[in-house]
Design a protein around this ligand. Structure first.
Ligand code: ADP
Ligand code: MG
Length: 255
């Protein structure tokens, strides 16, 4: 046991060190990125140096993305699934992001009261909800309506990559600028962004997390009208949920 504690302490100090380095690196890269963007703006677009400035920007974005990933990892990015109610995640994320949702966005939250449980990592789920909400808000610069909804669904036929079964669905809909076909085809690619200061990592992370959880993500978008994201997550049947909960309790008692 003592050895295990030592090992855990060692891992924790490594994580803390990595987190510290990632944090500083991220700040430095933000400065590099900001300066390079100013430089880029100051250059006439036909300047042969513009291309070089673009390359600095791209690399700085990638480095800062790496630093952020490392930071997320050091903060405890390892996969730790539990029996959760996605409604709680949605409520927490909305509360945390209330200020960034802003006053010109009308928010409608419609959560299924009897939502089925899922077996998922709560902090990864929070990341999914947060990224979808932030993108929706960013797509509505001139205001609009953000709808966040959860519901249960029994699929009788396969849907995308997933087989029939019981799913919990999270819907995030905005009335923003929408996407054309070419954008839609690339949104899950790491570093793909159409935003000037975008990182292009939000939806790549969402996609990775959802597929790790055996889920599926569907997008409907109309340019000029808005976008809907639907996240399907496999629900736990009640018996398995009870079993997992019992295990979680036992673990807690063992601590
Ligand atoms: P970022 O937000 O940093 O650009 P993301 O991976 O979160 O990176 O999103 C990638 C791209 O997908 C965005 O740049 C944008 O073009 C498009 N996108 C994502 N969500 C929406 C949305 N709700 N409405 C319109 N476009 C969106
Ligand atoms: Mg984003």
């Amino acid at each position: 046991l003592e050895e295990r504690i030592l090992q855990t302490q060692k891992m924790e100090s490594i994580a803390r060190l990595a987190g510290g380095v990632a944090h500083d690196l991220n700040n430095l890269m933000t400065a590099v990125l900001g300066q390079a963007e100013l430089l880029r703006l100051a250059l006439p677009s036909d300047s042969p140096l513009a291309d070089r400035a673009d390359k600095i920007i791209t690399s700085a974005m990638q480095a800062s993305g790496l630093a952020q990933q490392l930071l997320a990892y050091a903060r405890g990015g390892k996969y730790a699934p539990r029996v959760i109610n996605l409604n709680e995640t949605v409520r927490d994320v909305i509360k945390l992001n209330e200020r960034s949702i802003g006053h010109n966005v009308e928010l409608e939250v419609d959560l299924e009261p009897d939502l089925w449980p899922i077996y998922a990592d709560p902090s990864q789920m929070a990341q999914v909800v947060m990224n979808l909400i932030i993108n929706a808000v960013e797509a509505m610069e001139n205001g609009g309506r953000l709808t966040v909804r959860t519901f249960n669904s029994s699929l009788d036929t396969p849907c995308g990559d997933i087989s029939p079964g019981r799913y919990v669905i999270l819907e995030v809909t905005d009335t923003g600028h929408g996407m054309d076909q070419e954008t839609l085809a690339n949104i899950f690619e790491p570093f793909f962004t159409t935003k000037f200061t975008g990182r292009g990592l939000g939806l790549a992370a969402v996609y990775g997390i959802i597929s790790n959880h055996g889920g599926y993500i569907q997008v409907d978008s109309t340019p000029g009208k808005g976008t809907s994201f639907f996240v399907y997550l496999p629900s736990l049947d009640p018996q398995t949920a009870v079993q997992h909960r019992a295990e979680e309790l036992e673990e807690k008692e063992g601590d």
